[in-house]
Design a protein around this ligand. Structure first.
Ligand code: FEO
Length: 169
């Protein structure tokens, strides 16, 4: 059975994962407006991943006998100066999410909730992967600079990203 403190910490994180989904949906719209459909596809996969992250925690709280109460989701930004600017914002956001997962693990340690710690290990590893993926796109965008043909080549590459439902926990 999950205790009250742990439950609250998970519910906060579910809200943050749902905000991440919302933020990347907003970025998908931004890229569609620029006619960069590959970038939009990359964001669409991100949207699905974040939804899966939120639902993984949702299911976990229910499985541990907790109660899920949902809070309002913050309004995301809708405008960025360039694809690079948007991806830098993704990296900053993912670093923030990593810090929140670490904080959640701190609570699990304080509460001696080992099951939660084991469950959260998956999220921590996922954050390492996410930051590395985003960092890779940023490095490519920095190399491309103002070269439009480079941007379109990257757009084609990002169009190939597909969503694979994660096995969480
Ligand atoms: Fe659910 Fe991108 O962290």
């Amino acid at each position: 059975m999950i205790n009250e403190k742990m439950e609250k910490a998970f519910l906060d994180q579910i809200n943050k994962e749902l905000f991440s989904e919302y933020l990347y949906l907003s970025m998908k719209a931004y890229f569609l407006n620029l006619n960069l459909v590959g970038f939009a596809n990359w964001m669409d996969v991100q949207v699905q991943e974040e939804h899966a992250h939120a639902m993984g925690m949702f299911d976990y709280v229910v499985e541990r006998g907790g109660c899920v109460t949902l809070e309002a989701i913050e309004k995301p930004e809708s405008c960025w100066n360039s694809p690079l600017d948007a991806f830098r914002a993704v990296l900053e956001h993912e670093k923030y999410v990593t810090s929140r997962i670490n904080a959640l693990m701190d609570v699990a340690e304080e509460e001696k909730d080992r099951a939660a710690l084991i469950f959260l290990n998956w999220y921590l590893k996922e954050q390492v992967e996410e930051e590395a993926n985003v960092g890779g796109v940023i490095a490519q965008l920095e190399m491309i600079g103002d070269d439009k043909s480079g941007l379109f080549a990257l757009d084609k590459e990002l169009a190939t990203r597909t969503f694979v439902a994660p096995v969480i926990g």
